[in-house]
Design a protein around this ligand. Structure first.
Ligand SMILES: *Cc1c(COP(=O)(O)O)cnc(C)c1O
Length: 390
């Protein structure tokens, strides 16, 4: 019997281990030189086509980054923020942190990204921002979303937790004309720092604000501006800020993961192509082909959809895969189905027909760079075996 193949695993090599050990031995384990270097390397990666004045702030999660981003663009209590229902709860919870109201929108049936055609009808006097999510690693319809934001004077904060790296119309996510973009380095994302995230923006006022709020609302700069001989111990707290900084131990992992991101990407793409070919003639719908959608695909996840009217439920499929020693997952349980959002905003399943339909049929199958070709063969054989017998 083969070992159980989990749905995802991080891909950590000796490079990451040695870099972390270096931090541990250096005497500096929290935010310091490695976090700064990681921010620099990350902006360099995003700006490989040329400097557009991007700045990056390393944070301890994408959730923290999204919170800082919304705060920095001026979202306040009572404001409304448009989010997709087809996402992880972070996207909406950060809106609540600020006392603002998440407004949930259904998905494009092909990509499961927020449907721009449905955004306009949800805009009110109170709408302040839109948070598109690039589901699975395929870019949302950013030109449409940014055009709507301009028309109604809204901010755009991209939840790019799945989208590193993703090119939208030839430009990397993180370099588009939104206000802020936030990436995640959670353990199962396309690269990891164990826990962590990166906030990037071209707007120095947003970066300045997020930088202060990232660390307790402490401003050293404000003081330095007025007095030349700042004693090292002195600081001023100018806001009730947060504790969202990334420790160097995490940044150490990120520095080395970032060096591998292009090879990770190639490997993910190769595996996705193999699934595309091997799973083509089964009663499932494969992920949309990105060539038709102005976007490359980061392949954070590979979600398949069981066809309607086949003789196996999604639950049975996942159970059978598990019996064959293979872990699967579901991305996502739409937010309108979770008790907190459903009850707080009286959400009805009928108002989200696309998310509802897809949610019942979707399964994420293993796709991660630490997987071997043999592991992938096992997944393919298992799926064929299950679906050829229904
Ligand atoms: C993983 C994820 C997040 C949260 O990332 P953390 O770094 O764990 O906070 C946010 N949004 C989406 C869509 C995600 O998948």
């Amino acid at each position: 019997m083969n070992k159980f193949l989990p749905f995802a695993l991080p891909d950590i090599g000796n490079e990451e281990i040695n870099e972390v050990v270096d931090s541990l031995k250096s005497g500096w384990i929290t935010t310091g030189p490695k976090a700064k270097q990681f921010e620099q390397d990350f902006t360099n990666y995003l700006q490989q086509e040329g400097n557009i004045g991007l700045q990056a702030l390393a944070v301890n999660s994408a959730t923290s980054g999204l919170h800082l981003a919304l705060e920095a663009v001026g979202v306040k209590a009572g404001d409304e923020v448009i989010v997709p229902t087809y996402t992880f709860t972070s996207t909406a919870e950060v809106v609540r942190y600020l006392g603002a109201i998440p407004i949930f929108v259904d998905s494009d049936p092909k990509t499961l990204n927020i449907d721009p055609r449905l955004i306009k009808q949800k805009i009110t006097e109170k709408t302040k921002a839109i948070i598109p999510v690039h589901f699975a690693g395929l870019a949302a319809d950013m030109d449409e979303i940014i055009a709507i934001a301009r028309e109604f004077n809204l901010k755009v904060v991209e939840d790019a937790a799945h989208a590193f790296p993703t090119y939208y119309k030839g430009k990397l996510i993180g370099t588009l004309d939104s206000d802020v973009t936030v990436f995640s380095f959670y353990a199962n994302k396309t690269m990891t720092t164990a826990e962590g995230g990166m906030l990037v923006s071209k707007h120095s006022d947003i970066i300045e604000r997020a930088k202060i709020m990232r660390l307790h609302g402490i401003s050293r700069d404000a003081f330095d501006r007025y007095r030349s001989k700042t004693p090292a111990w002195y600081y001023e707290v100018i806001e009730p800020g947060f504790k969202y900084n990334m420790p160097d131990i995490c940044a150490a992992i990120g520095l080395q993961q970032l060096k591998k991101i292009d090879s990770f990407y190639d490997k993910r793409e190769k595996m996705a192509k193999r699934y595309d070919i091997e799973l083509a003639n089964l009663p499932i719908e494969l992920p949309p082909r990105s060539e038709e959608l102005n976007s490359t695909h980061a392949w954070h996840i590979y979600p398949i959809r069981l066809k309607e009217n086949i003789n196996i439920t999604r639950e049975e499929f996942i159970l059978k895969m598990s019996e064959k020693g293979i872990g699967c997952s579901v991305h996502f349980i739409p937010l309108h189905r979770h008790p907190v959002w459903r009850d707080m905003y009286k959400l009805q399943s009928e108002d989200f027909p696309i998310a509802e339909d897809v949610y019942h049929r979707i399964v994420s199958i293993p796709l991660f760079t630490a997987m071997t070709e043999d592991d992938q063969t096992r997944v393919i054989m298992a799926i064929k075996d299950i679906l050829n017998n229904v």
